[in-house]
Design a protein around this ligand. Structure first.
Ligand code: G3H
Length: 195
């Protein structure tokens, strides 16, 4: 069985400010996580010469991957965070105050709600299809460094969770979810590298 390691990027400047979307760098805590992650990956995949590191095209995932050495890195636009459209860069409080109808519609149906000029969870699930096909095809381990909404969808695929749950699955920061694809099915381990 070969592992797939799923992780969010280290904490970003926007995470600290509570802003969604954006393309900020990682915070000091995020940098610490990137180093711990590199150490973990180095140990866990020591003898796995064909392993690879997949990130999104956003700074925070690329920076999180940067201390990892010895494995090829691939950037996927399909791994970018859900596009919040006109709400990109806002806090949830600002959306609630300035665009109350949008806020309410999203609360009512988070799976299908599409941000104006942005995406819905269903859109994200659809654009992940080529990533999933490629992950299934890989024989070697893959480390996927991506974002909360995207990882919810990827995790749900491997853990066989229903569509409606996807927008609510917890994918905490600074935690690695290891998925083992074996003959007896899928097994999961979690490693919390920081508090
Ligand atoms: O910035 C976007 C978040 O990672 C997605 O979270 O879908 O729960 O608002 P949400």
């Amino acid at each position: 069985p070969r592992p797939i390691l799923l992780t969010r990027h280290g904490e970003s400047q926007d995470n600290v400010r509570g802003r969604i979307g954006g393309d900020t760098a990682i915070s000091e805590a995020g940098e610490l996580y990137s180093k711990k992650l590199a150490k973990f990956v180095g140990k866990r995949l020591k003898s796995e010469r064909a392993a690879s590191i997949w990130t999104s095209t956003l700074q925070r995932t690329i920076l999180t991957a940067s201390p990892i050495v010895g494995f090829p890195k691939i950037q996927w636009r399909a791994l970018d965070e859900i596009n919040a459209g006109v709400c990109d860069g806002m806090t949830y409080a600002e959306i609630k105050k300035n665009m109350p109808e949008e806020y309410e519609s999203r609360k009512m149906d988070k799976l299908r709600y599409r941000y104006p000029r942005g995406e819905s969870y269903l859109d994200v699930i659809q654009r992940l299809e080529p990533v999933i096909i490629e992950l299934e095809r890989q024989r070697a381990p893959v480390v996927v460094i991506s974002h909360q909404a995207v990882l919810r969808a990827l995790y749900a695929y491997f853990a066989d969770r229903p569509l409606n749950e996807i927008p609510h699955i917890e994918v905490p920061l600074h935690t690695i979810i290891e998925i083992q694809m074996g003959v007896i099915g899928v097994q999961e381990k979690r490693y919390k590298l920081m508090d």
